[in-house]
Design a protein around this ligand. Structure first.
Ligand code: FE
Length: 212
């Protein structure tokens, strides 16, 4: 057997919007890391990359909501919450359709469009994991919003994410490192080992080298 990092892609994940609130500032990001950890008490964890604004707000406020994305979710939702930072844009500005979400009792939005369930969470414990912080949370409320199937990471890759366009985009002979997560392209022969995708914050391991 050979060591093969693609094994990481064989782990199964759901996809979620983790929303937070800091004063008047609402924000949220896409995560694949919400899981039930224990049943009595019921504990749900979410692990967030420290580069995300949502991480900083959750660490400070210790409250978030998890909206479980269903197979009805459209690519726009992934782009809106996953491919831009709350440091650059207000993800809950007036331009974001108010029919996509409701305000929950904790003052934090729950996404309702393309979502089949939601959880209101209070952080009980935080564990520093270098690149990420693991937030261990207790739900104060949860409900089912639709009977649509949950969107797995695999379903997203195969059915929601647009297929990449490869040919004819750049002059011939250029080396491109393409992020397999969000499609961001880094042009150049060598990409630094510590490179982090500016869009989705994934590391060099998630880039594929393409020569055009
Ligand atoms: Fe990316």
């Amino acid at each position: 057997m050979e060591n093969n990092k693609k094994a990481m892609y064989k782990l199964s994940y759901g996809l979620f919007v983790c929303t937070v609130k800091d004063g008047d500032k609402l924000n949220g990001c896409i995560t694949n890391t919400a899981i039930q950890l224990a049943s009595d008490p019921n504990l749900i964890s979410v692990s967030l990359n420290k580069a995300n604004l949502t991480h900083d707000i959750l660490k400070k406020t210790k409250a978030c909501n998890i909206s479980v994305l269903s197979q009805d979710a459209d690519f726009e939702t992934f782009k809106h919450f996953g491919f831009q930072s709350g440091r650059d844009v207000n993800k809950f500005a007036d331009s974001y359709d108010k029919s996509n979400y409701v305000m929950a009792d904790n003052g934090i939005p729950v996404i309702t469009k393309g979502v089949n369930a939601c959880f209101l969470l209070e952080v009980k414990q935080m564990i520093d994991l270098s690149s990420h912080t693991l937030f261990i949370c207790q739900p104060s409320f949860m409900t089912v919003l639709s009977e649509a199937k949950s969107c797995s990471y695999e379903y997203y890759q195969e059915n929601i994410k647009p297929k990449p366009v490869r040919a004819g985009e750049t002059p011939k002979g250029e080396t491109i490192w393409k992020c397999t997560i969000c499609g961001y392209e880094y042009v150049g022969e060598d990409m630094p080992d510590d490179f982090i995708c500016p869009i989705c914050k994934h590391p060099k391991d998630d880039f594929e080298k393409i020569v055009r």
